[in-house]
Design a protein around this ligand. Sequence first.
Ligand SMILES: [Zn+2]
Length: 156
Amino acid sequence: MVNPLQRNLLRTRITKLTKLKSVSKIRDGFFFIFEQNFTMENICLECGTRLYGRFDKKFCNDQCRNNYNNKQNRDETGFVKAVNRTLRKNRRILKELNPNGKAKIKRKQLDSRGFDFKYFTNVYKTKEGKVYYFCYEYGYLPLDNSYFALVLNKEI
Ligand SMILES: [Zn+2]
């Protein structure tokens, strides 16, 4: 048997190792003893219920695991969807203002349509150091006095 002092030392050590997620590396040896003599206390990541048993258990059951993972995915998907929506809107605006593949416009034409300058899919830098911003195949180049040159990259 392990006496209470040893138990506390083990518990402390296990807790630290659990945090480092390196417990699997030391599974044989003293961890084996730990499993034989103690149960580890953890909390379900989904519902907060106390968990007993394996030290690496994270959920009470499959339902909690699924709920947790679905929430994670939903958040991510929501963000990705929002960015994609903005990119498609930017492209639609550039396309509308540039029906012939080349145009010169004022900034307010972009602003009034709700163009979002934070989002673009790629940039193209010329040898002269000019930077074109693209939303898919439609691009723009900021010019002087709030003008923009619009371009179309047919090779994309
Ligand atoms: Zn749970």
